[in-house]
Design a protein around this ligand. Structure first.
Ligand SMILES: [Zn+2]
Length: 438
């Protein structure tokens, strides 16, 4: 089929993919430049709802930080599209596959070559991203006083995360490739089950094993705060395995708090940077907001949605992997029969092409996901206002915006498309007036 039937389906798919890539590029650029212009236009003055609460210098720092990150974002958009194009239509993945075929051949029934292909792809992408990541941390974050990382810590992180990624990723990839080859036409169903199991395992492993490789977690020492939070958890009917403080200040001045783990292994983690900045009232309100996500079933709904979407994704991949136009249309020659008479599998190619194509088409669904997320944030805010102090939540939001140099004047359309959290002005409008500023 391949070779003499290259016109209709594969050329059509090439055109559809190229079109989606172009539209996506233009849309991203248009939205990003709108955001930059909007923030620059409102730089001169603190917006009226925040007058007297956010100093002009902080507002301008937020504008400059947003502009600096946004300009780097333009570069990332261009690079991301070029890389997607390079791997697919310009023949990058095909060249890598052929090179590894020549190098590794059919040793291990082709599994070795396929794993090498996946690993090389991930490594090359990582290397391409490296300069921008470095620039982000050591130039932009540094300039605005957020970076606390040294180059050696950064390198140690990189090494550790690569090792953890390889330790977890390679066995998973080998298992999926094996299923693709051995489990028949319904392999995707088994692979999906494996993927779900892997994700659940990760939710248990992450707080216990992985996160401690990168940060120190100390039990919350402040007894008064501890009692207060325990009372809040009890009031909300929430079981947690412990309250921890994480040394987030080792890497960044940005503050945060989160829940991690699964079932009874859930823990509450505060960044030390957050505890230093917020009053006990505000900490309680921020935590109540996070609890609201559980109590309003956002976490459960989100997980069910992700499970369902990944099932649809695996089913789609199961079908695409058998279509010659899927490979040829994306610039890849599938592996042919070898001289020995055995067929080299194309499974790793199918996985990689799928991983390259999904974000291009999936991008257009981003506003749906973001819109749902913003609705959940409002609900969690309302929950926090009911269980703790809404005014304290409002003042915590103000502090966090100021400390993180988040812009108070985003472009409304950009917000609709991307923002997972509503802009401060909208959140504060639904809360009582913030407590007096400290
Ligand atoms: Zn939230």
């Amino acid at each position: 089929m391949i070779g003499h039937d290259t016109f209709s389906p594969s050329l059509a798919f090439t055109l559809v993919f190229a079109l989606a890539l172009c539209v996506q590029l233009l849309l991203k650029f248009w939205l990003a430049t709108r955001q930059l212009r909007h923030v620059a236009r409102h730089r001169a003055q603190v917006p009226p709802p925040f007058a007297g609460r956010i100093p002009l210098a902080a507002h301008q720092k937020a504008a400059d930080y947003t502009l600096a990150k946004g300009r780097q974002g333009l570069l990332e958009i261009a690079l991301g599209t070029a890389v997607a194009l390079g791997w697919t239509l310009l023949g990058g993945l095909d060249a890598l596959n052929q090179a590894l075929l020549a190098l590794v051949g059919e040793r291990g029934g082709g599994l070795l070559q396929q794993l090498a292909l996946l690993a090389a792809f991930v490594l090359i992408n990582g290397l391409i991203d490296l300069p921008l990541t470095l620039y982000q941390t050591f130039v932009i974050e540094q300039r605005f006083g957020f970076n606390r990382m040294t180059l050696s810590l950064w390198l140690a992180d990189l090494l550790k995360s690569t090792l953890v990624g390889a330790l977890l990723g390679l066995p998973l990839a080998a298992a999926v490739l094996w299923l693709m080859g051995a489990a028949g036409t319904l392999w995707w169903l088994w692979a999906w089950a494996l993927w779900m199991g892997f994700n659940l395992l990760l939710m248990v492993l992450y707080p216990m094993v992985i996160a401690p490789l990168f940060n120190k977690f100390m039990p919350l020492a402040d007894e008064a705060l501890r009692q207060r939070i325990t009372a809040l958890l009890a009031r909300c009917g929430f079981a947690a395995q412990g309250l921890f403080v994480m040394d987030g200040s080792r890497r960044s001045a940005h503050g945060n708090a989160y829940f991690t783990g699964l079932g009874a292994a859930k823990r509450v983690v505060f960044f030390d940077t957050l505890l230093q900045r917020l009053t006990p009232d505000e900490i309680e309100a921020v935590l109540a907001h996070e609890l609201g996500h559980f109590k309003r079933h956002h976490i459960g709904k989100r997980m069910v949605a992700l499970f369902a979407m990944s099932l649809a994704g695996f089913a789609l991949l199961g079908w695409l992997a058998t279509q010659p136009w899927f490979y040829a249309g994306l610039g890849v020659r599938p592996n042919f029969m070898l001289a020995s008479g055995s067929q080299m599998p194309n499974d790793a190619l199918a996985l990689l092409l799928f991983a390259l194509v999904v974000p291009v088409f999936g991008y257009f669904f981003a506003p749906l996901w973001a819109g749902l997320s913003r609705r959940h944030e409002f609900e969690a805010d309302a929950y926090a206002a009911a269980q703790a102090s809404g005014a304290a939540l409002a003042s915590a939001l103000l502090k966090l915006h100021e400390d993180n140099a988040s812009t108070l004047t985003p472009d409304p359309l950009y917000v609709r498309f991307y923002y997972s959290h509503p802009p401060a002005v909208e959140r504060l409008a639904r809360l009582p007036a913030p407590a007096a500023i400290s």
